[in-house]
Design a protein around this ligand. Structure first.
Ligand SMILES: Nc1ncnc2c1ncn2[C@@H]1O[C@H](COP(=O)(O)OP(=O)(O)OP(=O)(O)O)[C@@H](O)[C@H]1O
Length: 300
């Protein structure tokens, strides 16, 4: 069942289109990623979902509520950790928890939440004195204080070191395992590939592709590459005629054939049939990075 439904969403700033007809549904318990280059309209989209911006057109429903018309109901089911969420520098971690808990009719007991996010020994620390990773964990914890059914996380690991990023990923998986639906905005391919059940690629305010990570990768032309150094020369053009071949290139003695799994089998049978050995054989699969470049024509 869909817990978030977005249909034909449009939003312009001073006549300039930021979101231009975006539609997607998110199922209960999903981790749904929104991925795209700077200025693609990701934050505007999630701000409309959170009720922080009023769409120019289209409809948004969160657990059946319209965020623009029914902020209170949406606030009860939705937790938001937005980009660069800054608190007052002097507020302590404990005060931040107490302040947020006071905003909800049925808040979580924040102490176990602080424990789960590794903040128990920081309760007396002022916000300004926390490290980047601790601030990030606090902002996630605060998004969970209202016991939301859905949480929006916008660029949550930007600025974190690789270890803190991995810790945060584990945390997101735990949050989902506890039954919370996650809407994640990210720039990081690896993050999207590891965490998300489905990903919407957004570019210039429109969804250019929406699929599972492996579905997106599978759409990449030449998603599998087989490369080898043949023990004897091959007649020109033979490889290009094999099934599903996208390209054949030569790097000195090495031949690289891009295609699908079918291509790999085809190459191996062809070589075996001619008694040719494939030296230094390598088979590589495309990553979400390759899919992203292929589908948007640019780097993240
Ligand atoms: N408050 C605003 N006023 C005017 N223009 C805005 C405002 N917020 C965003 N925009 C513009 O709308 C477009 C979409 O911005 P948005 O922040 O939604 O993109 P984004 O995909 O989240 O980008 P980023 O990855 O850089 O955060 C951009 O061209 C941006 O400059």
């Amino acid at each position: 069942m869909a817990i978030i439904e977005v249909s034909g969403l449009r939003k312009a700033y001073a006549g300039k289109k930021a979101v231009d007809g975006v539609s997607f549904d998110i199922g209960e318990g999903e981790i749904f990623g929104i991925l795209g280059p700077n200025g693609a309209g990701k934050t505007t989209t999630v701000e409309c979902v959170a009720g922080l911006r009023r769409p120019d057109a289209g409809s948004v429903r969160v657990a059946g509520y319209d965020p623009a018309a029914d902020r209170d109901s949406v606030t009860r089911v939705l937790g938001v950790q937005l980009q660069e969420s800054e608190l007052q520098p002097k507020i302590t971690v404990r005060e931040a928890f107490e302040l947020y808990a006071a905003c909800y009719p049925d808040p979580a007991d924040w102490r176990p939440l602080a424990e789960r996010l590794g903040l128990t020994d920081k309760l007396r620390t002022r916000f300004a004195k926390l490290s980047g990773g601790q601030k990030q964990r606090l902002s996630i914890a605060l998004a969970l204080v209202g016991q939301p059914a859905v949480v929006i996380l916008d660029e949550l690991t930007t600025g974190l070191d690789p270890r803190a990023r991995r810790d945060t990923w584990r945390l997101i998986q735990d949050i989902r395992d506890s039954g919370v639906t996650v809407l994640l905005v990210t720039h990081f391919m690896e993050e999207a590939q590891r965490l998300c059940d489905r990903i919407a690629l957004i570019d210039k305010g429109r969804i250019t592709a929406l699929d599972t990570p492996s579905g997106l990768i599978g759409r990449t032309a030449g998603s599998t590459a087989i490369s080898f150094v043949p023990s004897a020369p091959l007649e020109a053009g033979l490889l290009a005629e094999l099934p599903s071949v996208v390209s054949v290139t030569h790097e000195n003695d090495r031949i690289v054939v891009h295609g699908t799994d079918e291509t790999v089998n085809g190459v191996l049978s062809l070589l075996a049939g001619r008694g040719i050995t494939a030296h230094q054989l390598r088979v590589t699969e495309a990553t979400l990075d390759d899919a992203y470049l292929d589908l948007t024509g640019q780097d993240a």
